[in-house]
Design a protein around this ligand. Structure first.
Ligand code: PEP
Ligand code: MG
Length: 322
């Protein structure tokens, strides 16, 4: 009921049958991180590092970067913090990385792709992350945005190794990455689904355009199928390597929708990262279902013909949302 949705989160993400599901926070800097820790987040699933340096005309220096990252790590001693390397793009330009004259910025040189046009920036960022991590008690993972191919994943992993960073990962936010996650996960240790961009690219609908909001809906069955493909690819990679599947989390806005969080859990993701204020409501609804019920709802949502049908049938099946 309503009262339980307003409860504060007790720091343990799980389904009703005890199946664990880490509930992490999306943050843009130290202030967000402290608020997320106070709200009980189990760690940070997405540190959007570009938010630390918005408005900078030039690349931030090493010490400035180390200080920014340490401010976040310090809020989560002993906990996981996933740092996303700079994702300058149309929606958040960084003058030292972004070419404002690109005709089609969403399809342009953004995210990991800026490593080719601005060589060295990424390696220097990884060095600063490594120094900040070495001087903190957080468990630091690093991931690259806008990875489209296994070759890019391999390059990023090599850069991380060069910086002494142990746990490289990739964001899955381009449909090609979702469809080839098996090969990406041969190169890196984890994947994190960025459903904001994954939806934009699956539906060919600019996420910034209000008139396209109905297309830009992560309940679209095509988006759910891409989530499924990513998780299936991780399972296949694990099988072929004779190891457990590598973790696949979600760090897009979809994770903050309690009904969709149930579907994502049912599709097999292992963590959800969201704005910290969304965690209590998501936690409450996750605890109202078993893993088996989540899997059933996920299958029904994926089989729906439309986003509205998927959303409607899942919400109707969740008394906690009534
Ligand atoms: C995403 O694309 O879903 C994501 C988490 O990254 P951002 O919103 O920063 O592009
Ligand atoms: Mg993104």
């Amino acid at each position: 009921g309503q009262a339980s949705l307003l409860d504060t989160f007790d720091g343990v993400g799980r389904l009703g049958d005890g199946t664990p599901l880490d509930l992490l926070a999306n943050v843009g800097g130290a202030r967000d991180a402290r608020a997320a820790a106070a709200a009980g987040a189990q760690g940070v699933g997405l540190l959007r590092t570009e938010f630390c340096f918005l408005g900078h005309d030039s690349e931030p220096g090493h010490d400035e970067q180390v200080a920014a990252y340490k401010g976040v790590f310090g809020a989560f001693p002993g906990k996981k913090v996933v740092v996303r390397t700079l994702d300058a793009g149309a929606d958040k330009p960084l003058p030292f990385l972004t070419d404002a004259a690109e005709p089609n910025p969403a399809l342009g040189v953004r995210g990991y792709r800026t490593d080719t046009t601005s060589p060295g920036v990424l390696a220097r960022q990884l060095a600063a992350i490594a120094d900040a991590a070495a001087d903190s008690d957080a468990i630091v993972w690093v991931m690259a945005p806008m990875i489209a191919t296994a070759a890019e994943a391999a390059e990023f992993a090599a850069l991380c190794a060069g910086a002494g960073l142990q746990a490289p990962g990739v964001m899955v936010e381009v449909p090609s990455a979702a469809l080839t996650s098996r090969h990406l996960l041969d190169q890196v240790e984890f994947a994190s689904l960025g459903t904001n961009d994954l939806t934009q690219y699956a539906m060919a609908a600019d996420r910034q355009l209000g008139p396209l909001a109905a297309l830009n809906d992560p309940w679209q069955p095509a988006v759910l199928a891409l989530v499924r493909a990513t998780v299936d690819g991780a399972a296949a990679q694990g099988l072929s390597a004779g190891a457990p599947p590598k973790p696949v989390g979600v760090c897009g806005e979809a994770a903050a929708d309690p009904a969709l969080a149930v579907v994502l859990a049912g599709l097999g993701v292992s963590s959800l990262s969201m704005a910290a204020r969304a965690i209590p409501a998501v936690s409450a609804v996750l605890r109202s279902v078993t893993a088996e019920q989540a899997r059933e709802l996920a299958a029904r949502a994926e089989a729906a013909a439309t986003a509205g049908e998927a959303r409607g049938l899942v919400r109707a099946a969740l008394p906690a949302l009534a």
